[in-house]
Ligand binder design. Sequence first.
Ligand code: AHR
Length: 506
Amino acid sequence: ETSRLIVDDDFEVAPVNDRLFGSFVEHLGRCVYDGIYEPGHPEADEDGFRKDVIELVRELGATTIRYPGGNFVSGYRWEDGVGPKEDRPRRLDLAWHSTETNQFGLHEMAKWLDKVGGNELMEAVNLGTRGLEEALDLLEYANIPGGTKLSEERRANGADQPFGITMWCLGNEMDGPWQTGHKNAEDYGTLAASVAAGMRMIDSSVELVVCGSSSHSMDTFGKWEETVLEKTYENVNFVSCHAYYHPEFQADGTRDMKSFMASGVDMDGFIKDVAAAIDATKARLKSKHDVFISFDEWNVWYIDEEPSRNPEGIGNWPVAPRLLEDVYSAADAVVFGDLMITLLKNADRVHAASLAQLVNVIAPIMTEPGGPAWRQTTFYPFALTAKYAKGGTVLEPKLATGTYETAKYGEVPTVNSVAVRGADGSVTVFVTNRSLGKTNDFEIHLPEGGGTAIDAQTLHEDDLFAKNTLDDQNRVTLHANDTAVLDPETGTVRVTLPPVSWTAVH
Ligand code: AHR
């Protein structure tokens, strides 16, 4: 099969917001404890932060980090996690049926981000078991320079300067019946509106994310956005989207890989639908204000399959159990790369995104207690996309490709692709071949002037299910795609895309 992308420098979608390369650290399983924080590990620094993990986070290129949840935040008391560590209480974490020791909290998170490289903190407030007052307290504690009870407490706890947190999530997945303190759209919208207004009275520069739907397929999807945006529109900057994909089982017991490969089609439709809800609200309210999408949870997740199960039993609340430790395959990484292409294509509406999550929990980085840290297959498309797309501008994707039929999404494009012009004038084309069996001869028409040199890196394995594990940490990596040739005369690049592959042509 063949496909063709025309890279036209004159037609831009939008600048790439650095926040598109955000990630997510939740108090869940071993993301924090035995993940980024493991005092006593040979690689731990004086704060107990694993330096090997910090190195990998830098290499990944993750920017804004969403914290501390996730479902966890809907039962969290932020003040448990500040002050002398020996005085911090152990609490039940209802979301993950675990014990939260509170040895890691807001100060540790801020310090860890400084050490990674000054990454932005995106803080979530608890609108499950808590409300307006506690959200205002947390904002005062975090952002007021001094002279009040809570800001002075922060200073006494070792942070003389305010944390200066700009991005705040108004709760998490409040549409989900699984959420502690789950609410209907009316009640959540009313609460979020009052919290947003109150937070702005403290700090008018905050950027607020109101909860959208937990997935495109929620029964309340659409109506939820309409109701919540109607109530909060003028006081929020983002509405969230969350989406996780995995190959579902079919009647014959095999997985539906064809639909799985086309997960980006669903993500794209989700973004377009939410953008329509934003536009409709803006029109109804005759507003001049813009609201963007924060796609603040996205990934491949084999949800409800064995590694994801919560502990059970009245006496069984383990500390940092192994939860959601999905081990990603080469095929998973291709779908993951396709989702990143989809986020980029929608860079005009999606101004922030968080890969859920960062370490051990549905993560690109894995660790063993006392042992090594390594890269999952999904690490590679994230790192290369971040490297080449940050600071760039997305160009309108003019793509001619064949299609194939899926059970879930009907007829879908076989190839998905986008071009980004870098700040240095270079062009990178990201492309996936979703076909399970057919190679694709992909042609790129560069803008006037062509190019001088190319580098093409492909993620593909003949064994679609090859994975990186503790015992075989580098089984799946990127490989130089030697089929890529540039004809400088015509400004054309030709590259062969193997079936089920992700490629970056720089
Ligand atoms: O990322 C894992 C969980 O997925 C988060 O805690 C929750 O927000 C979502 O359902």
